[in-house]
Design a binder for this molecule. Structure first.
Ligand code: Q9C
Ligand code: ZN
Length: 653
């Protein structure tokens, strides 16, 4: 490896690295200004900008931290090492982007790639980025350094064997891993854990070690069912590797942004750490993107410097603390500087970074964590146990308005979160409090939930219980807390008028959806499918139907409300007054169990009648879902079902 420059930092203390009697860990840092020359060709703004590594370096210097590290200059990767994970053609292509090349050729190449820009400095920076990560990893493996941080750009984890993408040219971390395993058997590195906490999936790294059991690849990222960059299924938890590498690829795919310390630490405590214990790596390479950091413009997540420090600290318990960190993404200059500082201080084993994580993981994060554990439990016995209810009942409510809001934090929101983060220390980030209690009471009471809309189709209704998304739906449901299926299903017909209204819904898109008049009219008929579920589950269905949060402190519909609705026939719910289905109606009893449905209020029916709110026929796919429910449920033949829906959709109210 060619070393362009190497200088030893000013280590306080003597050669043994003692500070104030305490053994100072040897932490390496690579920084090379040459990597700033990779930039957009015409000076356009881009989030992956040269200042990213400058601000990190400046911060470490200003804090007096770089002075306590071993500072290395960058070194260029050798082609033969790059070719351990990249094709010859790809290496040749990146090499050919040298300063002598004309801009237009680089622009043409870049335009054919996904999220890549190129200029005269790109090639050299890419060689330096990869070589610097190799250099740090090698020194850590040799034991010359305890750990190290390569402050490099362009980043690497999206780069595939034959393709640059996602701001990445060479896969820096993958090159280093492959180098240690294949070129340096003398160092005794036989098992490598790669942890990728960049907010994006490390698709390139995953592919490069897909069939390789020597590398355990762990990536936690925003996935959103394949909607987040780099889109598709690659980052899903079902992707576990293949051949002898099966089980050595672990993805934790968040369903949405806004994940923070609590979510990441839950993934650490309940997936990564137990697996790392079993795998027992010889070294850890960290794809350390800081774009899951709070205020990152691309990531939309909320990890604090404290969160990063705890995640890192927990990794230092493995491989005798041998960790080589490499910068990947991270686009808020202030956030990446602070996060990097917290990490280097952690590597130096300074006093614990102050902060706390009083928040709980999202309900969706627990769902993801449980799914990952289940999928991988065959390979990692420590994942096999079910997590206790006591644990996963600790979750952060999702304000329903946030579901459709943008990903980036407002300043106020961010400040408020940071404010909350100033109390606890690393040791006690897990908080034990009693779960909310209304659920236990309402779980003891059965009701019939009577459905007359899409929920007549059982697979669609089950989404409200088990979570997920049935055919035709545009959005997944979170499901109920209690995922047990309905105890019984029966059909009944009630003297109420079925009709369709609203312009569109989030779940079904454009077109009207079903309502039934809460007031009975003797000449009308609404056919309903009755599911026998608990009152607790009914609350969760009610919340989901009204776009409210299923994990609220108080039930929407408690035992008192049940008593009231049985005597009054229908009650509009205060808490669901902004939803369309906030009116609970009691239609009678069946086997002594009350039959409840939910629809709009009487006053909304008046507005539909007057035209103030337009009636609207259902779109074809929604109507078909109802027909499917009526047919598959055995209530009607297809022709009968079609006629029934047609009539309801066309007859004036
Ligand atoms: N609609 C890293 O963080 N976004 N790369 C493209 C296109 C690309 C991020 C959006 C994000 C790449 C290393
Ligand atoms: Zn990223």
């Amino acid at each position: 490896m060619a070393t362009t420059g190497e200088s030893s930092g000013n280590n306080y203390g003597d050669c043994d690295g003692k500070v104030g009697g305490k053994i100072q860990r040897k932490v390496g840092l690579v920084y090379d200004e040459t990597m700033c020359k990779h930039d957009t060709p015409n000076g356009e703004d881009h989030p992956e900008c040269p200042d990213r590594i400058r601000v990190i370096w400046d911060k470490l210097q200003l804090a007096g931290v770089s002075q306590r590290c071993v500072v290395l200059g960058g070194s260029k990767a050798e082609d033969k090492h790059l070719q351990l994970v990249h094709t010859k053609d790809h290496v040749k292509l990146v090499k050919s982007l040298s300063t002598k090349q004309k801009d237009y050729r680089r622009n043409r190449i870049a335009s054919q790639l996904n999220s890549i820009y190129l200029n005269g400095g790109s090639s050299e920076a890419a060689y330096l980025a990869a070589g610097s990560v190799v250099e740090v990893a090698e020194k850590v493996a040799e034991g010359e350094l305890d750990s190290g941080f390569a402050i490099v750009r362009p980043p690497g984890h999206h780069a595939e064997a034959d393709e640059a993408m996602g701001f990445c040219l060479f896969n820096n971390v993958a090159v280093a891993a492959s180098y240690l395993l294949n070129e340096r058997p003398d160092l005794g590195i036989k098992k490598i854990l790669i942890v990728d906490w960049d907010v994006h999936h490390g698709n390139g790294t995953q592919k490069m070690f897909w069939k390789d059991p020597r590398v355990l690849f762990f990536s936690v990222h925003r996935h959103e069912y394949g909607g987040f960059y780099p889109a598709g299924d690659d980052g899903y938890y079902s992707m576990v590797g293949e051949g002898t590498g099966e089980g050595f690829n672990i993805n934790v795919p968040w369903e949405h942004g806004r994940c923070g310390d609590a979510d990441y630490l839950a993934a650490w405590d309940h997936i990564l750490i137990p697996v790392a214990k079993e795998f027992n790596p010889d070294i850890i390479l960290l794809s350390a993107g800081f774009d899951a950091a709070i205020r990152d413009p691309l990531g939309g997540c909320r990890v604090t410097p404290y969160g990063y420090s705890v995640m890192l600290k927990k990794l230092m318990d493995f491989a005798q603390g041998k960790i080589a960190m490499a910068l990947e993404g991270g686009y808020n200059l202030d956030s990446i500087a602070k996060s990097s500082l917290a990490c280097v201080q952690t590597l130096l084993e300074d006093k614990a970074i102050q902060g706390s994580s009083e928040a709980y993981p999202f309900e969706s994060s627990w769902r993801v964590i449980q799914a990952v554990r289940k999928r991988l439990s065959a390979y990692w016995p420590s994942l096999a146990d079910e997590l206790s209810w006591k644990l996963i009942d600790q979750k952060t409510p999702t304000p329903s308005i946030l579901i459709s809001s943008s990903d980036s934090e407002t300043e106020d929101e961010a400040n408020e979160i940071l404010d909350q983060m100033s109390k606890l220390s690393i040791e006690n980030h897990q908080v034990d409090t009693a779960p909310t209690s209304w659920r236990a009471d309402l779980a003891k009471v059965d009701i019939w939930y009577a459905s007359y809309g899409s929920n007549m189709w059982k697979p669609r209704f089950l989404c409200y219980i088990q979570g997920g998304q049935a055919e035709g739906m545009r959005k997944a449901c979170v499901g109920s807390m209690d995922k047990s299926p309905p105890k019984e299903i029966v059909w009944e017909t009630f003297p109420n008028r079925l009709f369709f209204g609203r312009e569109s819904t989030v779940t079904w898109g454009v077109g009207g959806v079903a309502f039934t008049n809460p007031l009975a009219t003797p000449d009308d008929q609404t056919h309903m499918c009755l599911y026998r579920i608990t009152l607790e589950q009914f609350n969760d269905v009610l919340s989901q139907e009204n776009a409210l949060n299923v994990d609220s402190e108080t039930p929407l519909f408690d035992l008192a409300a049940l008593q009231l609705v049985e005597s009054k026939g229908s009650i509009p719910l205060e808490a669901a007054s902004s939803g369309w289905y906030g009116n609970v109606v009691c239609l009678g009893k069946e086997s002594d169990v009350p039959i409840l449905t939910m629809t709009c209020t009487v006053s909304a029916v008046e507005k539909f009648k007057s035209g103030e709110i337009p009636l609207r026929p259902p779109a074809k796919s929604y109507a078909n879902t109802l027909i499917r429910g009526l047919v598959e449920g055995g209530r009607f033949s297809e022709t009968e079902a079609e006629a029934y829906i047609d009539t309801a959709a066309s007859k004036p109210l």
